[in-house]
Design a protein around this ligand. Structure first.
Ligand code: HEC
Ligand code: HEC
Ligand code: HEC
Ligand code: HEC
Ligand code: HEC
Ligand code: HEC
Length: 402
């Protein structure tokens, strides 16, 4: 990567959107935003070099997916200057950590990579060569960080710290929770348009379809052993079901799995109706004369045909839309201890946070006839014990009096 993205500190080092990583070399208008990009003031930028701050890492990680908070619910621009209510670690009035305080870096190996399995197994990936160490909450805290005898300590063998300590994500800025591409292409007076929602975020765009943004989102919980399963373009899908593009691996029987919080992004995306595979449409026009880019001609068939051919993949010529799900781990935005998830939000009969994780016995949520019987047997046994003991004492007392 370009050194200055991580090391400059003026905040003026901007790249031209379609410049393949290059800043503009002369003032250039980007028609989509109707905005002019200027070349950087190289002297100022070069002289501002420092160790990376939150804004440097955020340049990329807050804007994944083409905008602020589009992908991650726990990494967005509100984390550049957070207070401790948003993040106890990065809060300026709290520990004021930079990203690299946890993602410690030596020789440019940034610690804290999540995924253990590469998305593509046939290709030798960077990940196999990755010498980078993992980080977890327990890298700094202990497995039993709570006061002695606190019930929370009994949970850490099954429940990840994040599950209790991140009650909701996207607490300041909204995050994109759903994206329906099937409604894209509608025009107003023959022209593409954008409708904004109450947050000022696009709710409908001719280019992208319908989108829903949410704040203060309660995460979804899954067993998770540190790996994420990914669908590839070669996998056959069942279009009658929601297609999991990515999904946490792990189960209750997996000794390495913990219950861990995720953002689940819902989508409706094009697929090949005959081959039953996901497809890659060509969106962004690569020239003024491009006749297939969806964002120019709004023709899915042309866009998918070009995209698939470009990648050397088959396309039957028939498409439809399928519902899809995608997961993002939730690990930042740790709230102050006062705002921890309440016991009863998990241990409750209906609609608890863990309602979807059927296969685990939760006192308060579940009733098990066997457990209940054992419980009552114990109560009866105790009662019998007390009565016998009492009788015994009366008897002994009488004997003594005599
Ligand atoms: C992905 C972000 C990233 C990129 C890109 C990057 N660096 Fe770094 N660099 C870091 C981090 C993180 C550190 C460790 C900072 C710390 O310890 O606080 C670091 C440390 C350094 C250090 C050591 C500074 C010190 O105080 O020990 C030098 C020198 C350096 N980088 C130069 C470069 C050069 C030259 C390039 C381009 C070839 C580059 N970096 C690209 C993130 C980056
Ligand atoms: C309090 C410590 C801490 C701080 C501060 C922190 N992180 Fe993380 N980060 C973690 C942990 C823990 C993980 C999860 C690692 C795992 O599960 O293997 C993680 C995971 C990640 C991931 C991969 C997981 C994902 O959500 O896709 C990215 C990217 C990331 N952090 C970026 C950042 C950036 C950017 C910043 C600064 C704005 C930052 N982190 C600050 C602790 C921290
Ligand atoms: C120029 C864009 C860019 C910048 C700046 C950047 N990153 Fe990244 N980062 C990426 C990309 C792209 C990936 C995915 C690379 C891969 O998986 O091989 C990534 C991956 C990561 C991961 C692993 C994520 C995972 O899911 O396993 C962590 C952690 C991370 N970055 C932290 C940081 C930190 C800390 C900084 C600031 C010092 C930083 N990044 C700066 C683009 C960037
Ligand atoms: C079942 C929910 C739960 C889990 C899981 C959990 N915690 Fe907590 N944590 C709490 C509660 C409740 C409090 C506040 C009351 C207390 O201090 O016992 C708390 C408080 C804390 C505190 C502040 C302690 C203090 O005395 O100031 C830290 C630090 C902490 N947790 C870290 C962690 C870490 C690290 C993990 C994972 C190893 C974790 N927690 C797992 C519920 C949980
Ligand atoms: C780089 C070290 C580091 C990492 C990694 C880290 N913490 Fe902390 N954490 C601290 C420090 C330092 C404090 C402040 C002192 C304290 O309360 O222990 C703190 C405080 C806390 C508190 C107490 C907040 C309060 O209200 O007082 C909680 C809860 C907590 N951390 C949870 C977590 C969780 C969950 C993770 C993983 C996502 C994590 N920490 C990762 C260093 C770390
Ligand atoms: C994030 C959801 C969650 C929260 C919040 C939570 N629990 Fe649990 N609890 C679980 C799960 C999952 C299990 C079963 C896992 C296990 O056996 O460790 C469990 C098990 C238990 C058990 C039975 C097993 C044992 O270790 O004794 C008790 C009692 C319990 N919790 C009490 C509490 C109390 C008290 C609180 C509040 C301080 C609390 N829980 C908060 C999820 C939660």
């Amino acid at each position: 990567m370009d050194c200055l993205v991580c090391h400059e500190s003026t905040g003026t080092y901007k790249k031209f959107p379609t410049g393949a990583g290059h800043p503009a070399s002369e003032p250039t208008v980007f028609p989509d935003e109707n905005k002019t990009y200027y070349p950087p003031d190289w002297n100022k930028v070069a002289q501002s070099v420092q160790r990376p701050g939150r804004e440097n890492c955020g340049t990329c990680h807050f804007y994944g997916g083409g905008g602020d908070g589009v992908k991650h619910g726990d990494l967005d621009s509100s984390m550049t200057h957070p207070d401790k209510h948003l993040d106890v670690h990065m809060g300026k009035d709290g520990q004021n950590f930079s990203c690299t305080r946890c993602h410690s870096t030596s020789l440019h190996h940034i610690a804290g990579r999540v995924y253990q399995t590469p998305a593509v197994k046939e290709v030798k990936s960077l990940i196999e060569d990755d010498l980078t160490s993992k980080i977890t909450c327990v890298s700094c805290h202990s497995k039993t960080p709570h006061r002695q005898n606190a019930k929370a300590n009994d949970h850490t063998d099954k429940v990840a710290c994040q599950s209790c300590h991140i009650p909701t994500f996207a607490r300041i800025n909204p995050t994109k929770m759903s994206w329906d591409w099937s409604t894209a292409g509608r025009k107003k007076d023959g022209k593409p348009f954008v409708d904004k929602d109450e947050f000022g975020k696009p709710a409908y765009a001719t280019k992208k379809g319908d989108m829903r943004w949410e704040k203060n989102v309660v995460p979804s919980y899954f067993w998770y052993n540190g790996s994420i399963e990914h669908l590839t373009l070669n996998d056959v899908i069942d279009p009658l079901k929601e297609v999991w593009i990515s999904r946490p691996a792990g189960s209750i029987d997996d000794p390495n799995a913990l219950i861990y919080p995720f953002k689940v992004h819902w989508g409706k995306i094009p697929y090949d109706k005959v081959n039953k595979k996901l497809v890659v449409p060509h969106l962004f026009p690569n020239s003024k004369t491009d006749t297939t880019a969806y964002w120019k001609v709004f023709d899915w068939n042309a866009a998918i045909g070009y995209g698939q051919e470009y990648l050397g993949l088959a396309y039957s010529g028939e498409y439809d839309f399928v519902e899809s799900l995608y997961v993002f781990p939730t690990t930042h935005m740790v709230a102050p201890k006062e705002n921890v998830v309440n016991c009863t939000e998990c241990h409750i009969r209906e609609k608890g946070r863990l309602a979807a994780l059927g296969q685990i016995y939760l006192p308060g949520r579940d009733r098990s006839l066997l457990f209940d019987r054992i419980g009552w047997l114990a109560v009866l046994a105790a009662l019998a014990g007390v009565c016998l003991h009492g009788l015994g004492r009366i008897f002994v007392k009488k004997n003594r009096e005599e």
